[in-house]
Design a protein around this ligand. Sequence first.
Ligand SMILES: [Zn+2]
Length: 231
Amino acid sequence: MVVDPGDAAPVIEFLNEHQLTLSAVLITHHHPDHTGGIKTLSDTFPDLSVFGPHNPKIRGITDSLQHQERCFINDLSLQFTVMAAPGHTLDHIMYYTEGLLFCGDTLFSAGCGRLFEGTPEQMTATLNSITALPADTMIYCTHEYTLANIEFALAVEPQNPSLLEYKDWVTHQRNNDKPSLPTSLQTQLHINPFLRLHQSDVKGYAETLTKSTLTQSVEVFAALRSAKDRF
Ligand SMILES: [Zn+2]
């Protein structure tokens, strides 16, 4: 099973190398860097199930899914619950099963997705649905943006000891050509400013940016997100 194959070639290469076949593709949203490989993979594996949001713009979806629907991958005895995740895009969905979340471009380690289509209200509600999951949930983000995100997170919370420690670990991983992902929700709750909107340093940073007193977490989120867009 693969999630968000932007390109079929590395998937086919991996499958050949490990003598595997492909049962299913999970798609989180319509962006080409998440869907570009669907056609070649479907042509290569004619019985392939391609799960994804109900969005006719995405070509090649065989099973479209809505919020709270179940997604069964029979060959792997896996069952996911679909979580609607508007914010980065309006069609965005996430796939949850006990212990892991495929969150697409919603949450990144130490950051979150840009708001291309959704509103700050939608994205904060989506992020709240992630923080409501068990803290030991492993989060599989779709881009390795961690180091760049840490720079922004440190601008927001320069004294956060967990964040400083995490930066050392990520730097070591990346220097050894290893990913920083997946990450746990527990870690993100300690280091990700977008999940720490009530922390005084985070709120203070947003208030400095907007030169106003912010009473709602969605206002803190909106200020942080637009600052990150310009960072
Ligand atoms: Zn995207």
